[in-house]
Every structure is written in structure tokens, then in C-alpha cells.
Design a protein. Structure first.
Length: 133
């Protein structure tokens, strides 16, 4: 079905197996606000005992400041599925720039090497040449 859109008749049901946990980590979004508090199931960096990432800044008395997540046009989410104490990491989309994605992963202490699969909704600057997403 390369290059075409599937109709409902062409789609087949996918059997899903139960999992122990699913965690969605937003890596890139249009806005980033490190001062928002946890709300409902959303857990934010810096709340619940998780320290905000810091970076050196000599102008401040403490010598450092918050290393905020980068915001940019687009979206990227890391989905971590845990089953039988084994984690699988899937990257959904990669926003616009490779630097924004990799830098935010660094700030969140995540490694691109831990990703198993990347799914892209559209071709972006981080999509390999010739790929349609």
C-alpha cells in the first residue's frame, strides 16, 4: 500500500496484548512551561521530587539556572510500553529540528540510543531523505 491511503475494508484488526504500563513523555511541543504543576495524570519535570535540569550561568548568585525544555513548531512524543518488566520505546514524530529533539532528550536524561522505533506523521527535517514518514 505504498503511497496510498487504506480504506476501511483494507484495514485488518490488530490483536493487542495486555501491558503493565504505558508512559507518554512529550519531548517537543509548541510551548514549554517548566513552572506548571502536575495536573491529573500529567507529571511534569520538577514536580514530585524530580529536580529541574540545571545549567551553569555565572551571572546568577547560585551560578546556575533552569535548563528549560526547548519549544518549537511541531510535536514529538516518546511512548514507553512496559510488559513483563521489559520496556519498549517508540518515538512518535520528531518535531522540526534534530537539535531540539536531542537536546530535550538530554535534558530529560533520555538517550536516542534507547529508541526501538520511530513513527512519523509527516516528513520533517529529521526524516531520512526519500522517506515519506
Amino acid at each position: 500500500m505504498t503511497g496510498s491511503v487504506a480504506t476501511l475494508q483494507q484495514l485488518q484488526a490488530v490483536a493487542l496484548e495486555p501491558v503493565d504500563a504505558v508512559t507518554v513523555t512529550i519531548l517537543i511541543d509548541n510551548v514549554s512551561d517548566m513552572l506548571l504543576e502536575d495536573q491529573g495524570p500529567a507529571k511534569r519535570v520538577g514536580d514530585a521530587g524530580r529536580p529541574l535540569p540545571q545549567r551553569p550561568l555565572g551571572l546568577f548568585e547560585e551560578g546556575e539556572t533552569v535548563d528549560e525544555l526547548q519549544a518549537e513548531h511541531g510535536f514529538s512524543a516518546l511512548v514507553t510500553v512496559t510488559r513483563h518488566q521489559r520496556q519498549h520505546r517508540i518515538l512518535f514524530d520528531a518535531a522540526v529540528t534534530p537539535d531540539g529533539l536531542v537536546e530535550n532528550m538530554r535534558r530529560l536524561d533520555l538517550s536516542p540510543g534507547d529508541l526501538e522505533v520511530m513513527c512519523s506523521a509527516t516528513a520533517t527535517a529529521t526524516t531520512p531523505p526519500g522517506s515519506t514518514g
